[in-house]
Write a protein that binds this ligand. Structure first.
Ligand code: HAM
Length: 539
């Protein structure tokens, strides 16, 4: 009889059992409800993608991509070919980047090894090449033979390009995060043609080969949201943070700290990074191995260092806030003003650079109590330009991801679990009593808040918040627009009602509510708005 063997979940991966799983479901359900009131729709994404997607967007030098991805080949039989090709490209890239003298012949030898591996497989009948691959192989071989007989260096770039092109199997990776996938999907489905900003949320597992500890797993879960479109007004950034605050309040997570920063743009950041690098070079000997390496690869990440003996030195480094260009400065100031307008407390943290390459301007992180060293429960920021980088049209983007494992840990740690469950249960029964929730899941937008004139914005923002708290799905445009244009967009977005707020309405506290389908309109007082719109939805 075969010996009985006990299986265990793999290191860093775990089961979520009842009753904890009930809390997970509640939390995820609450995210859906809150996000939908802000006009977000769910996107379900694949769990694996081409490795290259993450390398390009998250950045090939980041820890996530260079060390932590679970990768596999579309053709496992040829994994040695994949590795040989990757090795050659890596050697070229590191030689090209480093200022030290290259190792002569090393790169060319690695390309030769790759070619020989392919030929061995072909000769032994293991591998059959199609015409296109055959042509690529012979083109690479001819450059290789020239490089071997003449000045090698002259042919390096050509060799690199041809090696990259000669790909015999695709590399896939379990997703370490989902922003790259959302952007891929946005481009693939031509979502830039949709009216207004595209607002998407996702819920699901991510995978990173990190050292497991409390709050850090190899399979972990995120609840994330992304806003993609043409607009990059700081009001969008503030609204995204407002939505997070509402979500955390609704699940009973208190005692959080919200950190914000601006890391500049393509214009101002490179100059700052050079300044930083120059300062870091001066104190190189006082830094640990990781920070020393980052002086070359990504000096900004030195600011992330948690090593106690580096802290004093880091405090003396130049700060990006002093090096932002005028546009970034304005954007950041407006973000702070918008957070203040919403009554959202925050702390500025000039060292908040985040570990993914796609960010620009706004970055933010929320930390929660009871988590020990892994206390970031949410991270996010703006990533204008990422869509272009992945081959799409010029697009702005901002988003965040909440670490669900950490959120649950924090809720459990402070014994708030019961409160969260109770609150969620009472909300459920209230929703059932008004019988509005069924409609919520099937209709698109309930209300478009059409505001005109900058002075009307604070009232429009408060009105949108009040309607969302009542469970209505609301779109609040970030920029002032003429009424006709606003109503046109409201119509395209499929909103049932437009609430019109101009300066006169602000003064009188009475808003014009328009039914978009039949142009019927009537004046409704501020305090009657929720009842009126909910009543209209249930007709
Ligand atoms: P991130 O900061 O890498 O950002 O991850 C977001 C959150 O996921 C973290 O704050 C943390 O709560 C959780 N998390 C990350 N790694 C682990 C782990 N190994 N175990 C448990 N929880 C973890 C992103 O992923 C970006 N895609 C966020 C974003 C969306 N930025 C713009 N849009």
């Amino acid at each position: 009889m075969a010996e009985a063997r006990k299986f265990q979940a793999i290191k860093g991966v775990r089961d979520i059992l009842p009753p904890e799983s009930a809390l997970w479901n509640r939390v995820e359900q609450m995210a859906r409800e809150v996000f939908e009131t802000y006009g977000f729709g769910e996107i379900r994404l694949p769990i694996f993608e081409q490795t290259e997607l993450f390398a390009r967007s998250v950045g090939s030098e980041t820890d996530i991509v260079s060390k932590e991805m679970y990768q596999f080949s579309s053709n496992p039989q040829f994994e040695d070919l994949r590795d040989a090709r990757a090795q050659a490209l890596r050697i070229f890239d590191s030689v090209a980047r480093s200022s030290s003298q290259p190792l002569p012949g090393f790169f060319v030898a690695s390309v030769r090894e790759y070619v020989e591996l392919i030929e061995t497989k072909v000769n032994s009948g293991l591998l059959e090449l199609n015409k296109e691959i055959e042509e690529r192989l012979s083109s690479l071989k001819s450059v290789l033979s020239e490089a071997e007989t003449e000045d090698e260096q002259k042919f390096w770039l050509d060799l690199r390009i041809k090696t990259e092109l000669l790909k015999l199997s695709e590399d896939f990776a379990l997703r370490p995060e989902a922003t790259a996938s959302v952007v891929r999907a946005y481009i693939e489905h031509g979502m830039h043609t949709l009216p207004g900003n595209v607002k998407l949320y996702y819920i699901g597992p991510m995978f990173r080969r990190e050292r497991p500890q409390k709050g850090r797993y190899r399979q972990f879960y995120q609840i994330g949201a992304e806003v993609l479109g043409r607009a990059d007004h700081p009001r969008i950034d503030a609204e995204v943070i407002e939505m997070l605050v509402r979500f955390f309040n609704s699940v009973g997570l208190t005692g959080t700290t919200r950190y914000i920063n601006s890391i500049g743009c393509k214009q101002c950041r490179p100059k700052y990074v050079e300044r930083l690098r120059a300062e870091l070079v001066k104190v190189k000997d006082k830094l640990g191995a990781d920070s020393q390496r980052r002086i070359e690869t990504n000096p900004l990440r030195v600011l992330d260092s948690k090593l106690p003996n580096e802290q004093e030195m880091i405090a003396t480094l130049p700060r990006i806030a002093d090096h932002l260009c005028e546009d970034c400065k304005k954007h950041y100031a407006e973000l702070r003003a918008q957070l203040a307008l919403r009554g959202i407390a925050y702390e500025e943290n000039w060292r908040l650079v985040r570990g993914l390459d796609y960010y620009m301007r706004t970055t933010f992180e929320i930390v929660a109590p009871g988590l020990g060293s892994q206390n970031a429960v949410c991270g996010g920021g703006r990533y204008d330009g990422l869509v272009e980088l992945l081959g799409g049209p010029p697009t702005k983007g901002i988003g965040f991801a909440i670490g669900t494992d950490r959120l649950i840990l924090s809720l459990q740690d402070r014994s708030l679990q019961d409160r969260a469950l109770q609150e969620a249960a009472s909300r459920d029964s209230a929703a059932a009593a008004t019988s509005g929730s069924a409609a919520l899941a099937t209709t698109s937008l309930d209300v478009y808040v059409a505001w005109m004139g900058e002075k009307a914005y604070p009232t429009a923002m408060k009105t949108a918040r009040m309607l969302r708290e009542a469970g209505l799905r609301v779109e609040l445009p970030a920029s002032d627009a003429k009424l006709g244009k606003s109503l046109g967009l409201a119509d395209k977005l499929g909103a049932r009602h437009a609430v019109i707020i101009g300066e006169n309405e602000v003064a009188s506290g009475e808003f014009m509510v328009k039914v978009l389908a039949d142009s019927e309109q009537r004046k409704v007082r501020d305090e009657e708005l929720v009842g009126h719109l909910k009543g209209a939805r249930n007709v």
